[in-house]
Design a protein around this ligand. Structure first.
Ligand SMILES: *Cc1c(COP(=O)(O)O)cnc(C)c1O
Length: 368
């Protein structure tokens, strides 16, 4: 019995009966850019997040770029980013002409902290991008407090945290601007590229709506040098259908995570730790082991698919060679890249499959 990392086909099949008439309606409407389907999803997603504004955009990377543009980050500015995030967080900063400044994470939660922000602070830093990594929210109470004190804008990278909560409140409105990816593999995934932005600030919302649409509100009048980065209406109809099942699907993920947390055990194994105040969306279930590569190989031999999030930290990518950041300067990001392993998790991972993962991991660990 082989265990896939994530079964997107099963996810589609479960929604097809509801989603296909909606997508057909969008296709047959004759309206293909922005419009009523996009607005309906934006309203539903804002309501879901408990915020006043949601703006649909083309993908998660653009959401971050647009957020930085909206708070006027540009050449000469610096932005604090986690040292252990997906490279998109860094790329968004670079593409605005600003410099990403890494913050090492908390070794238990893998998220950045207020203390980390303080320690990494330097002249020229204008904003911070906390990432709710693997689905677990960062400590937004402490981060927003330190950001206010240091006069930093807070842009959240919530690409992995749809439905996660911090202190009982859904992610989506703690910081100034919150950025979402609806990439197919995300908890709220589309059937192609898609992204979104949420905020409670009406002025920022107005500016973001223009920035995603050539910097224009009125056709052929451009107030900003914006992007063409709009959520596609067909994707919006699919996302509206999927939003209705997000909580239920997240609770299926949580059940898998609970079984893993109860059942996985072995020498040198480190399990995920969820901070008090946080509920995770369980986008990923990431374990650590000093002999990660050997473990991954033996799991693959046993038919269990795993992935690594992420094998090379941003500072060590060729794209960032010019910043000359060394592994010694960022020891935690470097160590995590060597030790992390993501086990299969998703709303369609069956109970027998999750028990198979547990027994296989435990067997391998005991004879490594
Ligand atoms: C997926 C992801 C992104 C980028 O989203 P895309 O829609 O693929 O552009 C950004 N940040 C994080 C943490 C992600 O996981």
């Amino acid at each position: 019995m082989s265990v896939p990392f994530l079964d997107l086909k099963a996810a589609y099949d479960e929604l097809a009966e509801r989603a296909e008439p909606a997508m057909l309606r969008a296709l047959r409407s004759g309206w293909y850019i922005l419009g009523p389907e996009v607005e309906a999803f934006e309203e539903a997603f804002a309501r879901y997040c408990g915020v006043s504004h949601a703006i649909g955009v083309a993908n998660g990377l653009d959401a971050l770029r647009l957020a930085l543009m909206a708070v006027e980050i540009g050449p000469g500015d610096k932005v604090l980013v986690p040292s252990n995030t997906y490279v998109a967080t860094w790329l968004a900063v670079s593409q605005c002409g600003a410099t990403p400044v890494p913050v090492e994470p908390d070794p238990a939660t893998y998220n950045i902290t207020a203390e980390g922000i303080r320690a990494a602070m330097q002249p020229g830093v204008k904003a911070v991008i906390p990432v709710h990594l693997y689905g677990q929210p960062a400590d937004m109470t402490a981060i927003c407090a330190v950001a206010q004190e240091l006069e930093l804008k807070v842009i959240e990278d919530a690409a992995q945290a749809h439905g996660a909560t911090w202190n009982g409140k859904r992610i989506g409105g703690h910081g100034d601007i919150i950025c979402w990816s609806f990439y197919p593999g995300k908890n709220l995934g589309a059937v192609g590229d898609a992204g979104g932005i949420t905020t409670n600030d009406p002025a920022l919302a107005d500016r973001l709506r223009m920035l995603r649409n050539y910097g224009s509100q009125e056709k052929y009048r451009n107030d900003y040098a914006g992007l063409n980065s709009r959520l596609d209406p067909v994707q919006a109809t699919f996302l509206s259908v999927k939003l209705d099942v997000l909580d239920e699907w997240n609770s299926r993920r949580a059940k898998v995570a609970e079984a893993y947390l109860d059942g996985l055990a072995g020498p040198d194994l480190i399990l995920p730790q969820i901070a008090s105040g946080a509920t995770s969306a369980w986008h990923l279930f990431v374990i650590r082991h000093p002999r990660r590569d050997a473990l991954a190989q033996r799991l693959a031999d046993a038919g269990i698919q795993t992935l690594i999030h992420y094998p090379i930290p941003p500072h060590a990518q060729k794209a960032y060679a010019d910043q000359a950041l060394t592994d010694q300067e960022l020891p935690l990001a470097t160590q995590l890249a060597r030790e992390v392993l993501s086990l299969p998790i998703g709303p369609h991972l069956s109970e027998p499959h999750s028990f198979q993962v547990i027994s296989t991991v435990n067997e391998i660990l005991h004879d490594m």
